[in-house]
Design a protein around this ligand. Sequence first.
Ligand code: GLN
Length: 233
Amino acid sequence: MCRHLGWLGSPRSLAELMLDPPYGLLVQSYAPRRQQHGLLNADGWGAGFFDVSGSGEPRRWRSASPLWSDTSFASVAPVLSSHCVVAAVRSATVGMPIEASATAPFAGGNWLLSHNGVVNRAVLSSHAKAESVCDSAILAATIVEHGVDSLAEVIVETAAADPQARLNILAANGSRLLATTWGDTLSMLHGADGVVLASEPYDDDPRWIDIPDRHLVDVHDGEVSVTALEGSR
Ligand code: GLN
């Protein structure tokens, strides 16, 4: 399944977050270290970020090509900086379209969202508002429609409706970064200048910690909380 990354802290460039780390999203696109589902993430990539000096609207750059093939992004990424970023590399689920609009991050109501996993589209409600027919796009639209404050409830209810679902979500709005673990890995690095949440550590810094399965991580105002999701076994 896909690999994603969220950042909330001091401004960092997209290159620092995605391309430069020894095991960052660029390397994860062809040689992920902890991926349990799928071998590589070559079906597209996306980066979304908030611009403090702008309107607060998230900005996105997405592509259906492998991240390693995008030389234009590699050229520009060192000068695209933000305090709040959601980025992903994609391994498309069988049957899902390979197109930029099916690639995270998805946007809705000033939130950026990414989904690492798979879900039966029949249990989701917000088909009409989704950017793509991809399960992740419909799940993102469903979360936005219910309100991202209700992320934990939506995940627990979706998992009850589709017990096979894997529902690792990242969501950010410029001042808050949320993540769920439900069926796949997530690690956190809480440094002096911010918090990284990533499907897998992008380097061997000993401060990375693994988030247990079926948990919610909530980062805002320099505080981090990690709580068990209701319905956990
Ligand atoms: N199901 C989503 C897709 O097809 C996400 C896949 C993933 O996590 N690898 O894009």
